[in-house]
Design a protein around this ligand. Structure first.
Ligand code: DQA
Length: 149
């Protein structure tokens, strides 16, 4: 059974209240509950976490391989600023799939650059909360393909 860590970065704890026109009305707890349901049908285990702190996210990326096979990462605004998170992902074997609720390429110019994208296996963005179950399925399939190869 594949074990997947869903790691959410800064301000994503405010989902539901935060700019719902951009990020939707679901809370992070709602999305976590959806992920737990989907995990059963996908035959995977999922741990869902959030932190507002860059160092905390880096610690979780560094130690993920102790308990997880892959990471879904919505790094929030750190996506566009954090060389340190990019380096952490580049320093470990654990595959990372980048995820965003909004379409970062359709928004302000400063959101178009993603340091995470440079080291991620791929990216899902712009599909709102639906991106989470899609990312879980994509990571499950990616890990399965790696194991077969
Ligand atoms: C986000 C996009 C980022 O640009 C923004 O800073 C966020 C959320 C998203 O999920 O759409 O905090 O990662």
């Amino acid at each position: 059974m594949q074990r997947i860590l869903v790691l959410n970065g800064p301000n994503l704890n405010l989902l539901g209240k935060r700019q719902p026109n951009i990020y939707g009305k679901l809370t992070l707890d709602d999305i976590e509950a959806n992920c737990a349901e989907i995990a059963k049908t996908l035959g995977i285990t999922v741990k869902f976490t959030q932190s507002n702190h860059e160092g905390e996210l880096i610690d979780r990326i560094q130690t993920a391989s102790e308990n997880f096979d892959g990471i879904i990462l919505n790094a929030g605004a750190f996506t566009h600023t954090s060389v340190a998170i990019m380096d952490a992902i580049g320093s470990v074997e654990t595959p990372v799939l980048e995820l965003h609720l909004s379409n970062i390429h359709k928004r302000e110019e400063f959101r178009h650059n993603s340091f995470v994208a440079k080291v991620a296996i791929g990216m899902i963005c712009g599909l709102g909360a639906n991106g989470y179950p899609l990312a879980l399925q994509a990571m499950r399939d990616y890990l399965q393909a790696q194991n077969q190869g």
